[in-house]
Design a protein around this ligand. Sequence first.
Ligand SMILES: C[S@@+](CC[C@H](N)C(=O)[O-])C[C@H]1O[C@@H](n2cnc3c(N)ncnc32)[C@H](O)[C@@H]1O
Length: 279
Amino acid sequence: MELNVIINQDCIEGMKNIDDNMIDLIIADPPYNLSKGGEWKWDNSVKLAGMGGNWNKVMENWDNMSLTEYFSFTIAWLTEAKRILKPTGSMWIFGTYHNIGIINVVCQLLNIEIINEIIWFKRNAFPNLAGRRLTASHETLLWCNKGCKKREYYFDYEYSKNGNFEYDTLKQPGKQMRTVWDIPNNKEKRELEFGKHPTQKPLRILKRIIQISSKEGDIVLSPFSGVGSECLAAKELGRNYIGFETDRHYAEIAKKRLEHAISNNQMSIFDSMSKGEKQ
Ligand SMILES: C[S@@+](CC[C@H](N)C(=O)[O-])C[C@H]1O[C@@H](n2cnc3c(N)ncnc32)[C@H](O)[C@@H]1O
């Protein structure tokens, strides 16, 4: 399987071309199944039956399945993901209350072990305009392993405890990392340079995940790569990547972002220069 590519293909089909136990880290940001009919537009104010809140109702076909379809879809991609994941590997899955319950149940059905559930607290969350419920200000992340009896998954405990997380008001220096992460959802200018995605993830949270659970040279798979944020974070940290994305427009943006990405070595030069400037 070729490495360091964004493939404009359905991930369930694409993963079938990857051998068993090949992948070190999977970061999955699947459709949240938030688009329930209506016009094609970006709209923060539309209410979802039974869900409410100011969710970014993206109104795209990839995000519009019935509950049964979503359940079958989740079983299909998680079955392939489990097969290709190394016993030493990890899988992280993003979700909200609209879909994370289904993903949790499917993980249990497939004997994928959930190591931790992380709450990603977004301190800059968009307010609830109607004032009819609380302001939604988090997403959920499931950290999983293949579910082998012997737990072999890689964990950089030292980084998680002593890494630099200055921006996170909840992480105390030198103390164990907890399961609530305070990471603003803002994107830097460079993250939006070639185009954006309605559910684009900031590089900061992806880099934290990658550093906690993989090593340089490892292979990171992003089954739902959107505009390629997971792959870009992997490249900037010296990991290999494979991304699948069905939407040609997003896949093209992802390819551009990755072509213009700077290597790990250049990143460390920048990092040390900016640390030097601060001192
Ligand atoms: C939640 S978004 C991911 C955004 C991504 N994290 C980023 O930062 O750009 C999910 C993406 O999965 C894509 N998608 C949906 N179903 C897919 C499938 N079966 N295989 C591959 N991509 C799919 C959608 O087109 C959408 O861009």
